[in-house]
Ligand binder design. Structure first.
Ligand SMILES: [Zn+2]
Length: 257
C-alpha cells in the first residue's frame, strides 16, 4: 500500500526498516501470471514487515520493482527484459534516493533467480554502498545456507513455476492461478541451475517448452504459507547480519504470524 508523504516522514523519524520487493515480468508456465516473481517478493516483504512491526521495529514495504533482466524467457510473449546496466541503475538510484532522505536500513526481497538479474542486484548494492557509505541487505536465496531451508524442489534446481512458486502464488493470490490446468501439467524434472552452468541461455533451449520446470501439480497453498514464513525469517536474519546495531531482530524472525 502506498502511503502519503506525511506518513512516510513518521517512518523516517522512527528509523524504519525499508523492504524493497524485486521481481520480474516473465513467463511462468501456462498456469501462473507474468507477475509471479513480483507477487512472491511482495508477499515475502509483507510477511517480514508484519513480524518486524509486531516486535516493535517499524517497517515499510516499498512499491515493487516489476522489471529486470529476464533473457531466459525471451521466447515467450509478454516477458519484458531490461539490460543489466538499466536494471543496476534503477535499483541503485532508488536506494541512493532513499538513503539521501535519511533512511538507514534497506533490504531487498528478491525472488527472480536468473544469474544476470542477481548480478545486477549485487552490482547495485555496491554502487549504493560506494555512493552513500551504507550497506544494503540482500540475501541471495541460491546460497546453500538459505536454499537448504526451502523446499526439496527448490534445492533440486527444477524450480521455475513448479511446485515451489505455484504454492507461493496459491498462498498469496489463488485467483491468479489457473488451477484446473495447473493440476493437469506433467512434471518437467530438469535442473535449471545445472543447465545454466552448462551454458544454456533460454528456457526453450533447456527443454521448458511451456516455460515451467518442476512439478506444478504438486503445489498447495499450505506449502506456500510455510515457505513464506521461512522467506520472512531469512530476510530478518539477513537484516540482523547487515545491521548488527539493530538489537534483537533475530529473535523476531521466528515469531509465527
Ligand atoms: Zn519466478
Amino acid at each position: 500500500m502506498i502511503k502519503c508523504w506525511t506518513e512516510i516522514a513518521q517512518y523516517q523519524q522512527q528509523g524504519a526498516i525499508l523492504l524493497l520487493p524485486v521481481g520480474s515480468t516473465e513467463a511462468h508456465g501456462p498456469h501462473l501470471p507474468l507477475a509471479t516473481d513480483a507477487i512472491i517478493s511482495e508477499t515475502m516483504a509483507q510477511r517480514a514487515a508484519a513480524k518486524l512491526t509486531a516486535g516493535g521495529h517499524p517497517a515499510l514495504v516499498l512499491p515493487t520493482i516489476s522489471y529486470s533482466v529476464t533473457d531466459f524467457s525471451q521466447d515467450f510473449p509478454g516477458s519484458i527484459s531490461l539490460s543489466f546496466a538499466t536494471a543496476r541503475a534503477v535499483l541503485s538510484e532508488i536506494g541512493i534516493s532513499l538513503i539521501r532522505q535519511g533512511f538507514r536500513y534497506l533490504a531487498i526481497a528478491n525472488s527472480h533467480l536468473e544469474p544476470a538479474h542477481i548480478n545486477s542486484i549485487q552490482a547495485a548494492c555496491e554502487v549504493i554502498a560506494t555512493t552513500t557509505g551504507r550497506a544494503v541487505c540482500f540475501p541471495d536465496k541460491r546460497r546453500r545456507r538459505w536454499a537448504q531451508q526451502l523446499t526439496a524442489e527448490f534445492l533440486s534446481g527444477a524450480c521455475h513455476a513448479g511446485s515451489y512458486e505455484t504454492s507461493l502464488v496459491l498462498a498469496a493470490q489463488p485467483e491468479l492461478v489457473q488451477q484446473e490446468l495447473q493440476q493437469s501439467l506433467p512434471p518437467v524434472e530438469i535442473s535449471l541451475s545445472t543447465a545454466i552452468q552448462a551454458g544454456k541461455q533460454t528456457f526453450r533451449e533447456i527443454g521448458g517448452d511451456q516455460a515451467y520446470f518442476g512439478n506444478p501439480a504438486a503445489a498447495s497453498s499450505n506449502e506456500g504459507h510455510q515457505t513464506y514464513d521461512t522467506l520472512a525469517q531469512m530476510l530478518i536474519i539477513a537484516l540482523q547480519e547487515t545491521y548488527p546495531e539493530l538489537a534483537n531482530l533475530a529473535t523476531l524472525a521466528h515469531l509465527t504470524d
